[in-house]
Design a protein around this ligand. Structure first.
Ligand code: PEP
Ligand code: MN
Length: 338
């Protein structure tokens, strides 16, 4: 932390700041300039909000943090990329892992038909929501535990691990009993009670970026899960809200290389929620792989026109299959495989 003193701040004020820095357990290191003095507080400043409070002392202009506020998520602490293996599927390794399935579980037949098709096309993980975060309370809310059971059954029958959302801290153990990966959706990225709860589970977590969440905030949300004891966190860029209306959200693909620079955690991209239109899913999936994504989360429905949720952005199985064929050379071009 660097404490910048006001221009011309008297020596006594600088000394008082140095005494306070020492009292907080840091080593004060003053640099006396012609116009002003800056004082470095040497020590691990993360999690030490007390240092920021030095701004309240007389003669202090501002207090500037030097280190990133997240630690366990940071690449500085952990140079090697984290690879998360779920039933033999390695996320964060050389393979681009495609997770696909319906937005929401509607019936056994719907999930089974989708799962057979996406598996045949090369998907490695089955997605599907049983607890749905819907903007309107009048929209279909999900089949809840019945949906979890359907997903688990289909997953077992086809040998596909499943990823499904948990919205409520009270449901975390229930979802964990069925899911191979627990999804935390965009709307819950800063539900800190939920993050702490899934942080205590022994199940990997797929953490989606919120529509108005900065990359730093996303990493701090990951830090909640990591610091609660769960080291298996996968980050997901799914589009952010901007002024643009042509797509449901704006896919912030630069988040992929930024996150790879900042963190060792795997980063995947959801081109379905990012664009909101099935026609744009394949091009953005290609772009995501080119940008370095470790995986994709894609919505597929056998009959999108009848889907209870997110039909317009869902690929038909045949379109998904065609997309997978088109993605393979893109993955090869960037040294990955599908
Ligand atoms: C989903 O993946 O089903 C979902 C609701 O996505 P998001 O939280 O990104 O809106
Ligand atoms: Mn959806």
């Amino acid at each position: 932390m660097i404490v910048v003193m006001k221009a011309g701040a008297e020596a006594e004020k600088c000394e008082a700041v140095m005494r306070e820095i020492a009292r907080l357990g840091y080593k004060p290191h003053p640099i006396v300039g012609v116009e002003r003095t800056v004082i470095a507080a040497v020590g691990d400043e993360r999690g030490k909000a007390a240092l920021q409070a030095l701004e309240g002392l007389p003669g202090v202009e501002k207090v500037v943090p030097i280190l990133k506020p997240y630690k366990l998520a940071s690449r500085l602490e952990h140079r090697e990329r984290t690879v998360i293996t779920v039933q033999g599927v390695a996320i964060g390794g050389p393979e681009v892992v495609v997770m696909a399935g319906p937005c929401t579980v509607e019936s056994y037949e719907q999930v089974y038909e989708t799962a057979v098709a996406v598996k045949a096309a090369g998907a490695r993980i089955l997605r599907g929501g049983a607890f749905k975060p819907r903007t309107s309370p009048y929209s279909f809310q999900g089949l809840e535990e019945v949906g979890l059971r359907i997903l688990q059954q289909v997953g077992k029958e086809l040998g596909l691990p499943i990823v499904t959302e948990c919205m409520n801290p009270e449901d975390a153990e229930l979802v964990a009993a069925y899911a191979d990966i627990i999804q935390i959706g965009a709307r819950n990225v800063q539900n800190f009670s939920l993050l702490k709860r899934v942080g205590r589970l022994d199940v990997p977590v797929l953490l989606k970026r919120g529509m108005s969440t900065t990359i730093e905030e996303l990493l701090l949300s990951a830090e909640y899960i990591l610091s609660a004891g769960n080291p298996r966190v996968i980050l997901c860029e799914r589009g952010i809200r901007t002024f643009e209306k042509a797509t449901r959200n704006t896919l912030d693909l630069s988040a992929v290389p930024v996150l790879h620079a900042e963190t060792h955690l795997p980063v995947i991209v959801d081109p379905s929620h990012a664009t909101g239109h099935w026609q744009y899913v394949t091009p953005m999936a290609k772009a995501a792989i080119a940008a370095g994504a470790d995986g994709l989360l894609v919505e597929v429905h056998p009959h999108p026109a009848q889907a209870l949720c997110d039909g317009p952005q869902s690929l038909k199985p045949a379109t998904f299959c065609a997309m997978m064929r088109e993605l393979a050379p893109v993955a090869r071009a960037v040294g990955r495989q599908l």
